[in-house]
Design a protein around this ligand. Structure first.
Ligand code: GDP
Ligand code: MN
Length: 399
């Protein structure tokens, strides 16, 4: 689960992390009064969307010369004017995709005097089972570009969760960022604060880009992007309260209500599969036969009829879906349950696109019988490859 920058900064501030003062605003009036409270003389008006690259982003409907999604201004009146221009408008950045994201809230912050920008992030490293700290002197830029062009400028080290942060880690960070004196000291103090926030809140990723040194030698977190491990949300009601559903795909929200593992994708073939591995394989094989999956969907091992109906409805509600492939390997999950769910769902929502069903495993004969006797226009498939070829062909024929 992702949160907004201003929420991430508030979470980090609880752990003592230095962040600029600021207030969230949903209207131009709120933006102006936030600026009045801050006092100035410099303000930053920041678009709050769940995507990075806002500074270099472009608003739809404004010319190419218009300013991006992060604007530095010098009066309360200019905060208001910029808020009026930004709120309700769609911001396109390299992370939003061409569709962009509508800006529904802003963060009004006190301006910072930037002497140098750094990059710093913490993430779970599965290979070492440790928390990786990634630091670079090349802050403010797209870190993927830095990794590509000057990989030697990225330093990574690991913290063992069994022993936590040690003073030498702080020194390692300061050295990686090329800091000396009071700034080095602040970097050493910052690391345990960020690490504690990361672990206590079950974050999956914490990215600070940029971390800045100010003209008067203070180290400040100027931008923060945080995502949480969804599997740990049950023990963080305070984090769940930060969820902004307007930033999420409505299909994914619906899927989460039924505990389905669902990710919306851009393709045209809807997939209903049991098991994450089989779901991945199904997506791969659809691609192999020249089409693109519209989603990843794992209905899980113990799904009942209701869950199957919900899954089917989510797939058919997607206007991009031009065909559906149901691929079930019955183990714990019984094929007859899936068949009943599919039949019930089709009766309820109708079927406007071709449907290929491949069933195998527990109760497969009963499952096939239910589908055959349902009178539904279903294309039966014998195996994974056959199923993928049949749905791709059916979608092609429908065009
Ligand atoms: P992002 O583009 O979505 O990553 O948004 P950031 O919060 O990182 O802002 C983009 C850039 O705007 C930063 O890298 C800074 O260069 C600049 N910026 C942000 N806040 C300030 C500020 O207070 N003062 C100045 N001068 N620049 C700022
Ligand atoms: Mn940034």
């Amino acid at each position: 689960m992702n949160i907004h920058e201003h929420q991430a900064k508030a979470v980090l501030a609880e752990f003592g992390v230095p962040v600029p003062k600021g207030f969230a605003a949903f209207t131009p009036d709120e933006a102006a009064s936030a600026a009045e409270r801050l006092g100035g003389p410099v303000f930053v008006v920041k678009s709050q969307i769940h995507a990075g690259g806002r500074g270099k982003g472009r608003f739809e409907g404004l010319g190419p010369d218009a300013k991006g999604g992060v604007r530095v201004v010098k009066s309360v009146e200019d905060v208001r004017k910029n808020a009026e221009e930004m709120l309700g408008r769609v911001l396109v950045t390299h992370q939003t995709g061409p569709k962009g994201k509508q800006v529904n809230r802003l963060y009004i912050e006190e301006g910072a005097d930037i002497a140098k920008e750094f990059y710093l992030s913490l993430l779970v490293d599965r290979e070492t089972s440790r928390v990786a700290v990634v630091a670079s002197t090349e802050g403010g830029m797209n870190i993927e570009d830095v990794a590509h062009e000057t990989p030697d400028k990225i330093v990574t080290f690991f913290i063992d969760p069994a022993t936590g942060v040690w003073p030498h880690h702080g020194l390692q960070l300061a050295t990686a960022l090329g800091l000396k004196g009071p700034l080095a000291k602040q970097a050493s103090a910052l690391l345990p604060q960020l690490y504690k926030a990361f672990v206590d809140k079950d974050m999956a990723m914490l990215e600070v880009n940029p971390l800045i040194a100010t003209g008067d030698e203070r180290l400040i977190v100027l931008d923060a992007k945080v995502s949480f491990d969804s599997n740990a949300l049950y023990r963080h009601p305070d984090v769940v309260a930060l969820r902004d559903e307007t930033e999420e795909d409505p299909k994914e929200i619906e899927a989460s209500k039924y505990d389905l593992s669902y990710i919306a994708l851009d393709g045209e073939i809807g997939c209903m599969v049991n098991g994450a591995g089989l779901a991945m394989a199904t997506m791969d094989i659809i691609k192999l036969y020249g089409a693109e999956p519209a989603n990843f969907l794992d209905v899980g091992g113990g799904a009942g009829k209701e869950k199957v109906i919900a899954a089917f409805k989510i797939i058919t509600a997607d206007p991009n879906v031009k065909g559906i492939l149901v691929n079930i390997f019955g183990g714990i999950m019984r094929c007859d349950i899936i068949a009943e769910g599919v039949v019930a769902a089709v009766k309820e929502v109708g079927l406007k696109v071709p449907l290929v069903v491949r069933l195998e495993g527990t109760n497969v004969e009963l499952g096939k019988k239910i589908i055959n006797e349902s009178g539904l226009d279903v294309i039966a498939a014998n195996d994974l490859s056959d199923g993928a070829q049949k749905i791709v062909a059916a979608v092609r024929a429908g065009k």
